[in-house]
Design a protein around this ligand. Structure first.
Ligand code: C2O
Ligand code: CU
Ligand code: CU
Length: 480
């Protein structure tokens, strides 16, 4: 019926699993709530109006936080490559904010740099053209020191871009295309989701909860036909990494990453997805033996890190690497959808090569006792220029993790290609394509190559563990 599994061997990424026996899934939630799909915005000109709001997540769980256009999660924006958009961000949150369009290559004053925050009661006007590849992008607030709290309290949405190259593939669409925003939250004794990272969470792990929300619903279910679906998965959690799999180990096909379609598909049974990262997968529900397919996060270990330390220090949530049930797909075996065959070639990608790089920069990620999280020894400072790159140049950046915590590193205003990762861990299936966020494990070095094509000006790069970001692990780079 289809030919998948192209080149799977080449990218055999093994996330060091404890897997096999004795998996300890925390199956809080029971697949009782039907999966919500956020409303879509397609207009050329629109407002995103952020307000304080209380949301009933379920009959037992409440979130006193924020909503955009009265919606939680935030609405999905869907546009086409080449479109121009005008967006008015209306801040009614009672605190300063600014919206960032994660993964976009747009001018510095459109990018949501933290210095562009507007106080509550004011607006910020965006106007830009989408010169992006088709892909699963997203948007979220970006104020210095408040990003973690605002995202946690409800502000994050998909921003999907389509283009002709992708349309020609006739990938599953409509009800066969499902965006899934994955977030973990901590619920207190009275059923409230509160943003209260403990001290070790601020200093070490980031906030880790054990209530999974998918599109804002606690471990929901979704009814599907016995055919091929496209799932766009976004890890919108502050700190938690997921090891995506199905409970019976049925393989799925990775077709896209942060910056759109891979050159060709890769079949896998599991995949680590860190905060900020996206993956686009095809799942053939006719392949499941069971009628109930559970999307799970498999147990994994952080190499040489402080899983134990995180626990000892009483982080308050299940440690990084714990297994979770995420949601359930209920397969209607009586409806067989049209077969879909994945083309050999998904997209044209001309990745920059080592020979084009004008220099290699080292980006040291460390933790200093009284300093918090640092990049090249410094915490974020709003106007200090930390790195300068020449417009049009191609550079290799080597992220060097000197801590015992994982850091998903994100660079604004570019898409990059991951070149290599130290040790023998290889690249993840998604790293065969364009990325804007890359997971750097403890003691690892990861090299990425990128060409700076954006307009001149100031942008940031940072760890997408939002507690790390708010705690200083962010820096400015200037395109000159
Ligand atoms: Cu998704 Cu600077 O962030
Ligand atoms: Cu971003
Ligand atoms: Cu980090």
């Amino acid at each position: 019926m289809r030919n998948i599994g192209l080149g799977a061997g080449v990218f055999a990424f093994s996330p060091i699993l404890s897997a096999c026996s004795g998996e300890k899934f925390i199956t809080k939630g029971d697949f009782k709530v039907s999966l919500p799909i956020p409303d879509e915005i397609n207009a050329a000109s629109f407002s995103l109006s952020a307000t304080k709001a209380t949301t009933d997540i379920s009959k037992d769980i409440r979130l006193s936080g924020f909503k955009i256009n009265k919606s939680f999660p935030s609405p999905t924006i869907r546009k086409s490559k080449g479109d121009s958009v005008e967006i008015s961000f209306k801040n009614g949150m009672g605190q300063e904010s600014i919206i960032h369009w994660h993964g976009f290559i747009i001018p510095p004053d459109m990018d949501g740099h933290p210095r562009d925050v507007v106080p509550s009661g004011q607006n910020y006007e965006y106007k830009y053209t989408l010169n992006q590849r088709a892909g699963t992008y997203w948007y979220h607030p970006h104020p210095d020191k408040l990003t973690g709290e605002q995202v946690y309290k409800g502000m994050a949405g998909f921003y999907i871009i389509e283009d002709e190259e992708e349309k020609a593939l006739n990938l599953p669409s409509g009800k066969f295309e499902i965006p899934l925003l994955i977030q973990d939250r901590r619920v207190n004794g009275s059923g409230e989701i509160v943003y209260n990272p403990s001290r070790p969470e601020k200093m070490m792990t980031g906030i880790l909860g054990d209530q999974i929300l998918i599109n804002g619903a606690p471990t929901p279910y979704h009814e599907v036909e016995s055919s091929v679906y496209r799932l766009r998965l976004l890890n919108g959690s502050n700190a938690r990494i997921y090891n995506l799999a199905f409970n019976d180990n049925t393989p799925y096909t990775v077709i896209g990453a942060d910056g759109g379609l891979l050159p060709s598909a890769v079949e896998t049974k599991e995949l680590l997805l860190a905060p900020g990262e996206r993956v686009d997968i095809l799942v053939d529900f006719s392949k499941f033996a069971n009628k109930n397919a559970k999307l799970i996060s498999k147990t994994f270990e952080i190499p040489s890190s402080g899983g134990m330390m995180g626990n000892m220090m009483g982080s308050g949530g299940s440690e990084q690497g714990t297994g979770f049930s995420l949601m359930e797909f209920r397969i209607d075996k009586s409806t067989i959808g049209a077969p879909f065959s994945i083309p050999e070639k998904l997209s044209e990608s001309n990745f920059p090569t080592r020979s084009e790089a004008s220099k290699t920069r080292q980006i040291h990620l460390s933790m200093q006792m009284m300093q918090g999280h640092t990049i090249n020894g410094k915490r974020f400072s709003m106007n200090r220029v930390d790195e300068q790159v020449r417009q049009g140049d191609t550079e290799i950046w080597e992220f060097v993790n000197e801590t015992n915590q994982p850091h998903p590193m994100h660079v604004h205003a570019v898409q990059f290609k991951v070149l290599e990762r130290s040790g023998n861990r290889g690249l993840k299936p998604t790293e065969k394509g364009w990325k804007d966020t890359v997971l750097v494990m403890p003691d690892e070095r990861v090299q990425v190559i990128m060409k700076f094509t954006s307009e001149k000006g100031l942008y940031v790069f940072h760890c997408h563990n939002l507690e790390h970001e708010d705690n200083g692990m962010m820096a400015n780079f200037e395109v000159v």
